[in-house]
Design a protein around this ligand. Structure first.
Ligand code: ADP
Ligand code: MG
Length: 404
């Protein structure tokens, strides 16, 4: 699960992390009011979408010379003008795909006098089974390019979960960022605060880009501040964090995926034309692979889970069919806990209820498979039965081509 930048910053602030002051806004008036609460004279108006690359992004509705999704504003009038141009329009960034994302929220924040931009992120590294801290002196909008052409400028530090965050981890971060004196101390403290937040909030990923060093103030003091952050959470842990779950912005998610999550179906939309309904994530992956092997592409990943009921199967059909790209459906279910005859009854009932209009190939295996196949055959519906996974994939690809 993802949240917006301003929400992530509010969460991090509770752990003592330094962030510039700012306020979220849903309307132009709110954006101006938000700016009035800030000291000025430099404000930054930032589009809040669940995608990065906003600074270099372009608005579909505005000309190619218009400014992007992160704008420096030097007056309240500028804030008003920027808010008017951004709200309701579609921002296309390197991470949104060509369709872009509509901007419905803004974050109006203090303009910061930047001396240096650094990069710091944390993620659960499956290879080492640890939380990995990734830092670079080359932060800012071109980090992907740095990772590609000068990977030696990126340092990875992993933390043993049994040991936890130790002072030497903080020193390693500060060293990698080449900081000295007070800034070095700040980096050590900040990395501990971020690690604490990451663990306490069950994060999957936390990215700070840029982490900035401010220009020294009149007393010569500089600060490390989090200027941009992206945060995502382990969905399976969200039952422990109702306050974080409340931050979910469904308008940022695929409508079919939102619908699927209501029924506890693991659904991810893909670009192909063969809808898949499968039980078990491993079987779902294998099904997608074998569809590709036969020259077609899956329209989705869908795991109906172990205890698929008739209601769940019906909802799954509806969700698959809500995708206009779907030209055929392949059901591949292994009846273990669920018996094949029960599943077959569910499929027949669901196919009748949704008025199935595309070819349907069903491969059942497991307990009571003969009874299940008989139910499909005598249903009077044009359901094509398959014997094994290869047979099923060949049949759905052929049926779809025939129907097209
Ligand atoms: P994105 O990564 O989506 O492009 P960022 O928030 O990182 O968005 O903003 C892009 C760039 O804009 C930053 O690298 C930084 O140089 C500048 N910027 C962002 N916020 C501020 C701010 N509060 N003050 C000054 N400059 C900022
Ligand atoms: Mg950024």
């Amino acid at each position: 699960m993802n949240i917006h930048e301003y929400q992530a910053k509010e969460l991090l602030a509770k752990f003592g992390v330094g962030i510039p002051a700012g306020h979220a806004a849903l309307t132009v008036d709110e954006a101006v009011e938000a700016a009035k609460k800030l000291p000025g004279p430099l404000y930054v108006v930032k589009a809040q979408i669940h995608a990065g690359g906003r600074g270099k992004g372009k608005f579909k509705e505005l000309g190619p010379d218009a400014k992007g999704g992160v704008r420096l504003a030097k007056s309240l009038d500028d804030v008003k003008h920027d808010a008017e141009e951004m709200l309701g329009n579609t921002l296309v960034t390197i991470q949104t795909g060509d369709a872009g994302k509509q901007v419905n929220r803004l974050y109006v924040t203090d303009g910061v006098d930047i001396a240096e931009e650094y990069y710091l992120s944390m993620l659960v590294d499956r290879a080492s089974g640890r939380i990995a801290l990734i830092v670079s002196t080359e932060g800012g909008m071109d980090i992907e390019e740095v990772a590609h052409s000068t990977p030696e400028k990126i340092t990875t530090i992993t933390i043993d979960p049994a040991e936890g965050f130790m002072p030497h981890h903080g020193r390693a971060v500060a060293f990698a960022l080449k900081l000295s004196g007070d800034l070095n101390k700040q980096a050590q403290k900040l990395s501990k605060q971020l690690y604490d937040a990451f663990v306490a909030l069950d994060c999957e990923m936390l990215e700070i880009n840029p982490l900035v060093e401010t220009k020294p103030d009149s007393s010569g003091a500089a600060q490390l501040l989090v200027l941009d952050t992206k945060m995502s959470f382990d969905g399976n842990a969200m039952f422990r964090h109702p306050d974080i779950e409340a931050l979910r912005d469904e308008s940022e998610e695929d409508p079919a995926e939102v619908e699927a999550s209501k029924y506890d179906l693991a659904y991810i939309k893909l670009d192909g034309n063969i809808g898949c309904m499968v039980n078990g994530a491993g079987l779902a992956m294998a099904t997608m692979d074998i569809i590709k092997l036969n020259g077609a592409f899956p329209a989705n990943f869908l795991d109906v889970g172990g205890g698929a009921t008739k209601e769940k199967v019906t909802e799954a059909f509806k969700i698959i069919l809500s995708d206009p790209a779907v030209e055929g459906i392949l059901v591949n279910i292994f009846g273990g806990i669920m018996k094949c005859d029960i599943i077959a009854e569910g499929i027949v009932a669901a196919a009748k209820e949704v008025n199935l209009s595309v070819p349907l190939v069903v491969r059942l295996e497991g307990t009571n498979v003969e009874k299940g196949k008989e139910i499909l055959e005598t249903s009077g519906l044009p359901i094509v039965s398959a014997n094994d996974l290869g047979d099923a994939a060949r049949k759905i690809v052929a049926e779809t081509k025939k129907a097209a």
